[in-house]
Design a protein around this ligand. Structure first.
Ligand code: CKP
Ligand code: MG
Length: 318
């Protein structure tokens, strides 16, 4: 069985029962979510053995996150409980001011996860691991997290573990294009599989997609695969070894909450890749997973199994 490790912040997501402006919301649902954790749970659900590196506060929210990871079957041996810093929380505003778009309000400054440091990264974590997943959110949390993430990558390179990175730019955390380049560059350089999205590419290189991909390729010296998520426009996989682009269109569904779609896409693509599927098949499953994610609230609740994916495809490809 393939073994995968992820690293990042998992938070409590407060998602209102209604769409619309935050100041008029009265009722909230409590969910567990966070980009890299979403990817790992997706992979676990697709039959991969997973483990997650994170930190939560010594509070009921941390308890909820740990019990969620455990109930999903993710190994929590490397989850630290930090008595000095709280679990991060964020609020979600759906479909306002732009219908179908989700806005987030973070309360994660000085959170337990932002205090993850190099000393939390033990080489033992990576014994017999096939793949390590990380995204641009983690190094953007703090200098300490950045160093810890770099240490993890160094270990993976030494142990010949595949490094997978999603640029996942959060303007709230990175602020400017220069800051984003400065922080993300070493991670983009190390990735063997690199995920990104049109929003991130536009932020970094401007609107011309082909041009952005070739600019990204210049930095991504180690990448064998560059996958670009285009939301409603589908996705592209660029296979560096054969110099070919593979495209797959998206599945039209009604958007309830777009958060988490990128993560379910990544987790599904990687699980399909680890099964040895063709890149076209990986994109097909990943696009289906992304569509399923946007059609429900919460990030982890909609994450599909292989059976769910096949049922979805049976209906949507008729
Ligand atoms: O790129 P995605 O929409 O798939 O990621 C959504 C997650 O971790 C969301 O759950 C939130 O917690 C975050 O990204 C974040 O830190 O913004
Ligand atoms: Mg994303």
């Amino acid at each position: 069985m393939k073994k995968v490790v992820g690293m990042g912040e998992i938070m409590i997501q407060m998602n209102p029962t209604e769409k619309g402006p935050m100041r008029y919301q009265h009722l909230f649902e409590q969910h567990v979510a966070g980009s890299e954790g979403n990817v790992i749970i997706q992979m676990q659900r697709l039959g991969i053995q997973t483990s997650f590196i994170t930190a939560v506060g010594l509070d009921p929210f941390g308890e909820m996150i740990i019990s969620t990871l455990k109930s999903e079957g993710v190994d929590t041996s490397f989850v630290k409980v930090d008595p000095k810093h709280p679990t991060g929380i964020y609020f979600v505003q759906r479909s306002y001011p732009i219908p179908g778009k989700t806005k987030v309000f973070y309360y994660r400054k000085n959170s337990a996860a932002s205090f993850i440091s190099e000393k939390d990264i033990d080489a033992k974590i990576f014994d017999d691991v096939d793949l390590f997943f990380l995204s641009g959110i983690t190094p953007a949390l703090s200098k300490r997290c950045r160093k810890a993430a770099l240490k993890a990558i160094e270990i993976c390179v030494k142990k010949k573990i595949k490094v997978v990175f999603d640029t996942n730019i959060r303007v709230n955390l990175l602020k400017t294009k220069n800051k984003a380049f400065e922080i993300l560059k070493p991670f983009i350089e190390s990735a063997e599989v690199l995920f990104t999205g049109v929003g991130d590419l536009t932020f970094l290189f401007g609107k011309n997609l082909r041009n952005s991909i070739s600019e990204l390729r210049k930095i991504a010296k180690n990448a064998e695969l560059i996958i670009v998520k285009k939301g409603k426009e589908g996705s592209i996989c660029f296979d560096v070894n054969s110099n070919t682009y593979i495209e797959y269109s998206s599945f039209p569904v009604e958007v309830e909450d777009e958060l988490g779609a990128g993560d379910s896409f990544d987790g599904t693509f990687l699980s399909a890749m680890l099964r040895g599927y063709s890149f076209e098949k990986c994109l097909r499953y990943a696009n289906a997973s992304g569509a399923m994610a946007v059609s429900l609230k919460g990030d982890i609740e909609p994450l599909p199994t292989w059976k769910d994916l096949d049922l979805f495809l049976e209906v949507y490809e008729k």
